[in-house]
Design a protein around this ligand. Structure first.
Ligand code: GLU
Length: 302
């Protein structure tokens, strides 16, 4: 790709799988859609391997992701970025948030959080349980207790003080290509973890830093990550990063209405290949699905 030929309408998209399993049909659609958009605008399609969770990710799955994409005929434009090699970038961002005093140490265990949510009788807290929103226990931890925990070496995560951070930035907005203008709200996400106890970063922090570092102009992903975008937009503002646009595709379903996802046991691309499904069949299924369900205005044709 010749950068000199790029104009402001060149779209830079990305596909950012986690090598914690094999790619399934839903992944293929996401990748094909992003690739097609980039190519059509003479832009770039970038592949990023999101492997911060070293306990769940492995090199074999990563190798299979490359093979599956090659089989689909998808090529990427830049050297592959691996999040496992980016710890320093995540640490610098975290340090700047610590300095701004917009994040706090959270010592809670998963069990304690669930207990806290279940013990609460207030209706809003019940909603927290439904969405698994952190009830804010450590946000108001007295300084003396915090000090004692730190001195005794209790492990902690860093959580975003969402409301305080939003007060700091003022109202924020972002654009989803399908659903239009959105106002940032903490309602469905709460004080999320930005640095896990075990790995020192999190999906939210890493994805925000990397989408910016790779100059992604259109973030294409499934609608299951729609609410997460409120967090990412806020982080962009706090860290002085550019704001792209988003496209959250409705989650694709099979003929029985089952989600095409790993957790629902959807067929992997490898399994489909072994059953004799061809690349062009996957392509036409993707085009059909995308044209009818997700992207009414994008005139997605092969
Ligand atoms: N790594 C995430 C996944 O495999 C994708 C995150 C994103 O597209 O923002 O589900």
């Amino acid at each position: 790709m010749n950068n000199n030929n790029q104009t402001s309408t060149n779209i830079v998209t990305r596909f950012a799988p986690s090598p914690s399993g094999q790619l399934h049909l839903g992944h293929a659609y996401t990748a094909l859609f992003a690739w097609k958009l980039a190519k059509r605008s003479n832009g770039k399609f970038i592949l990023r391997i999101e492997d911060i969770d070293t306990g769940r990710c492995n090199a074999q799955f990563e190798k299979e992701i490359f093979e599956d994409l090659e089989w689909l005929g998808i090529e990427w434009d830049e050297p592959v970025m691996r999040q496992s090699e980016r710890a320093q970038a995540y640490k610098s961002a975290l340090d700047s948030l610590i300095e701004k005093q917009l994040i706090y140490q959270c010592f809670c265990t998963r069990k304690e959080i669930i207990q806290e949510i279940n013990n609460s009788i207030a209706a809003p807290q019940k909603n927290h349980a439904q969405y698994k929103i952190y009830p804010g226990t450590c946000r108001s931890l007295p300084i003396s207790q915090r000090k004692t925990k730190l001195l005794s070496g209790s492990p902690f995560a860093w959580r975003l003080d969402f409301k305080k951070a939003l007060e700091h930035t003022g109202n924020l907005y972002w654009v989803d290509r399908l659903k239009g203008n959105q106002k940032v709200t903490s309602e469905k996400v709460g004080d999320v973890v930005l640095a896990r106890k075990d790995i020192g970063t999190s999906y939210h922090l890493a994805v925000t830093i990397d989408d910016s570092a790779q100059d992604i102009s259109l973030i294409n992903r499934g609608a299951d990550l729609f609410d997460a975008t409120h967090i990412h937009r806020l982080l962009q503002k706090l860290l002085g990063l550019k704001t792209p646009e988003w496209h959250h595709s409705p989650l694709l379903k099979d003929e029985f209405g089952k989600r095409l996802s790993k957790s629902e046991g959807a067929s992997t691309l490898r399994e489909l290949r072994q059953k004799g499904v061809t690349k062009s069949e996957i392509w036409s299924l993707a085009i059909q699905n995308l044209a009818t369900s997700s992207v009414k205005n994008t005139n997605f044709k092969s």
